[in-house]
Design a protein around this ligand. Structure first.
Ligand code: SDX
Length: 436
């Protein structure tokens, strides 16, 4: 072993020293199991609730530097992709590792475009939801339901099957999302129009009101396409971890994505953009901002859209979104809640409570303002996040499946409960109800 590239760990309980190799600035948790007091011991483990300092995979998809506020997809800075690329082109890059040639992009776009249709029965499935069903609940359920239409998707180790499911998932997620929205509005479903761009097609399925072809506003179409780029992947976030974990049992990609979307739905994750708008609306005006900040610092509530497990600097995506907001508001009119958001940011960036905790605006802080200005109801916001993230979930899933070091995810635990208790017959139990 290269002594210079290793840890020397001394167990003071036994005085024994162990040499543990360092690779990629990490040590293998399994190398700790040799550390025991008695030979019969299980051996040392790492204890890391919520994986705050644990790498569970090697990846070549997305690089984040939290301190410097850097985000790259396959080595390309997010700012360059937002400026120059399209969502489908970026999706190809994330999945395949390289930007496509013109011909590759045309073939990729053709395949995704020609997989936007849903089986007609899915409409009956969506019709079964209440009118006020949250569209994330519909999206998660309908994505899992798609698993029953494509049983061959269970061949997760077959590259051709993965490729076909990839076309279907990226193609159909916008149709599912649009159908969920139309259902909530009591409007007829609008079928995909293959003459439009991916994002234009989505806008058409959402907002077309008559048989005349839908012409998306180019500024809004581009803004939403960039937002999909910004949400496309983000290394080992909560929902991607769910995708990798569920996928590691070789469940099919539809139910794995349903699990990932379920994780995204939480207000601490992709549900934060919805929570931000509800927060801004509840504050209501600039005069009430100082009292809200006071309540946050008192621990009574959280400043949704602020803070991040990795970024301890400004989320680079939030910076791009702020620029897009100006373009959108040129078309839609300025969202009045923007003034409250800007005031919250101004105060938070100067206040010791947020500075000490390195709390900066994240991707969710401004995105909702754009979505609302574009006409989306607040409960559609996490659905829009899920559309962008679908390609990231798939790319991480296929990287997991093709990584020889990966197998079914099954963490360990530290057991602190009671042991070896004898069963107590009912007549011998205390009659009072214990505190749960
Ligand atoms: C996304 O992981 C990803 O990459 C996610 C994502 C992606 O692209 O996939 O980037 C998308 O999910 C962005 C995050 C959206 N969530 C929110 O905006 C919800 C509000 N933010 C937080 O709840 C929180 O910041 C998290 C969940 C994002 C991160 O939480 P951590 O890393 O577990 O941090 P923590 O909860 O341990 O907080 C550390 C301290 C605590 O204070 P103390 O207990 O030390 O006094 O900071 C405080 C927290 O109370 N804190 C906040 C806060 N976020 C953290 N205080 C007020 N407002 C906040 N938003």
């Amino acid at each position: 072993m290269d002594k210079k590239n290793s840890l020397s760990i001394t167990d003071n309980r036994t005085g024994r020293t162990y040499e543990v190799p360092i690779e990629n600035d990490t040590i293998r948790a399994m190398d700790l199991r040799q550390i025991r007091v008695h030979d019969s011991d299980f051996g040392m483990m790492l204890y890391d609730p919520a994986f705050t300092n644990t790498a569970n995979c090697k990846s070549r998809i997305t690089y984040i530097d939290g301190e410097r506020g850097i985000l790259e997809y396959r080595g390309y800075p997010i700012e360059d992709l937002a400026e120059n690329s399209t969502y489908l082109e970026t999706a190809y890059l994330i999945l395949n590792g390289e930007l496509p040639s013109r011909q590759e992009l045309e073939e990729w776009t053709y395949q995704v475009t020609h997989h936007t249709l849903l089986h007609e029965n899915i409409k009956k499935f969506i019709d079964g939801f209440r009118h006020d069903a949250h569209p994330m609940g519909i999206l998660i359920s309908a994505t899992a339901a798609l698993s029953t239409y494509y049983p061959q998707a269970k061949s997760v180790l077959d590259i051709e099957s993965r490729r076909l499911q990839t076309y279907r998932l990226i193609g159909k997620v916008i149709t599912l999302a649009a159908f969920a929205y139309r259902h909530s509005r009591g409007l007829p479903y609008v079928y995909p129009c293959n003459d439009l761009s991916y994002t234009g097609n989505f806008l058409s399925m959402l907002f077309r009101m008559t048989e005349s072809p839908y012409k998306p506003n180019p500024v809004l179409e581009h803004a939403l396409d960039v937002l999909f780029i910004l949400h496309a992947d983000h290394e080992q976030n909560c929902s991607t971890n769910a995708m990798r974990s569920v996928g590691s049992s070789q469940a099919d990609p539809y139910v794995s994505i349903a699990a990932a979307a379920a994780a995204l739905y939480g207000p601490l994750h992709g549900g934060a953009n919805e929570a931000v708008l509800r927060m801004l609306s509840s504050i209501g005006n600039l005069e009430r901002v100082p009292d809200f900040i006071r309540r946050v610092k008192a621990g009574e509530t959280r400043l949704m859209g602020f803070g991040h497990r990795v970024y301890k600097n400004y989320d680079p995506r939030a910076r791009v979104i702020k620029r897009i907001a100006d373009q959108v508001f040129e078309v839609t009119g300025r969202n009045p809640l923007l003034n409250i958001a800007l005031e919250l940011e101004k105060i938070a960036l100067e206040d010791e409570y947020f500075i000490k905790r390195k709390l900066y605006p994240n991707v969710d802080f401004y995105s909702g303002l754009i979505y609302q200005a574009m006409g989306f109801p607040v409960d559609m916001f996490p659905v829009l996040f899920a559309i962008g993230r679908t390609v990231g979930w798939i790319a991480q899933w296929q990287e997991m499946l093709t990584d020889g070091e990966q197998k079914i995810a099954r963490p360990r635990q530290v057991y602190l409960g009671v042991r070896q208790r004898a069963y107590v017959p009912m007549e011998k139990r205390p009659s009072t109800m214990r505190e749960a």
